[in-house]
Design a protein around this ligand. Sequence first.
Ligand code: WQD
Length: 335
Amino acid sequence: MTILVTGGAGYIGSHTCVELLQKGCEVVIADNFSNSSRDVPARIARIAGKQPQVCELDVADCQALEQIFAAQHIDAVIHFAGLKAVGESCQIPLRYYRNNLDTTLTLLETMERHGCAKLVFSSSATVYGPKNEIPYVEGMDTSATSPYGWTKVMIEQILRDYCAVNPDFSAVLLRYFNPIGAHESGLLGDDPNGIPNNLMPYIVRVAAGRLPNLTVFGGDYPTRDGTCLRDYLHVVDLAKGHLCALDYAQTHTGAEAFNLGTGDSVSVLELVRSFQRVNGVSVPYVIGGRRDGDLAEFYANPARARDELHWTAEKSVDDMCRDAWHFIQTRLSEA
Ligand code: WQD
């Protein structure tokens, strides 16, 4: 099969491309490299032993996207491309709505012209909003507290409406919880530009001496240690979930959502302590004020993905901490 991976040079996309290539798929990466490094496709090839095709483009560029579908038969698409920083989306909402919706609508129109009817969409647990009880279950009402989150809610709705009038179309909506960690080779990982927004890349930079200390956003939450609880899962487990979703799309139609999480929760301080223990490093931190929009706790009920996608996260928090550190060590040794 030939799979188009939009945003395939990104953190989750690149790990998914490795799994696809190792499974024997042909992979076409469409990426504008606005939030990823141009050396990622070569790293993917080095791990997988096979080259992906790379098309540098903006997925919203209809002519450029048309050329990909005109040049070869695309069996399915995994759609990662999109802006994804929650805080930033509150500062530049129009850019988020324009980018995330335009890319998706252009992609769907191009797929339709070429009879491509299988899509795996990179959604997020953020669509559960602030009011649902935990653990989150597919079928719960969706909402959002940021323009980024609203784009995910809207795109899920677009796909549901599209599937309602295109009975042969399959849209698998993967709701990611908190992906962390890196490929065991150390060649791929989460290496955001600038100061990281997310916890694990921040921890890693503090441990590497690139940032002075971690600020824990809030120590007074109603949780076992006062810090927020999240459902962290290994990015390689998450990547494998996309191959299970592609398999599911071969035999199902309609828009179907699945939680990709472990069903467990870990606090900020527990993750810091695990990282220090596993890697024998120090992560100095201070307890600061709460971050706007943060929920005290959320985690997945992963039963539907287990039963219908035949997917379960296998790697431990220790694996996530070890691989995240190995990645940054590898990057630093290359510098
Ligand atoms: C985790 C916990 C922070 C940084 C976000 C998006 C979600 C998804 C994953 C895209 C929180 C705390 C963090 C720091 C801290 N992204 N923290 N100090 O907010 O659960 O989820 O990323 O799909 O949509 O919302 O992840 O890693 O930012 O934060 O104390 O310097 O770590 O307060 O409790 P989050 P996160």
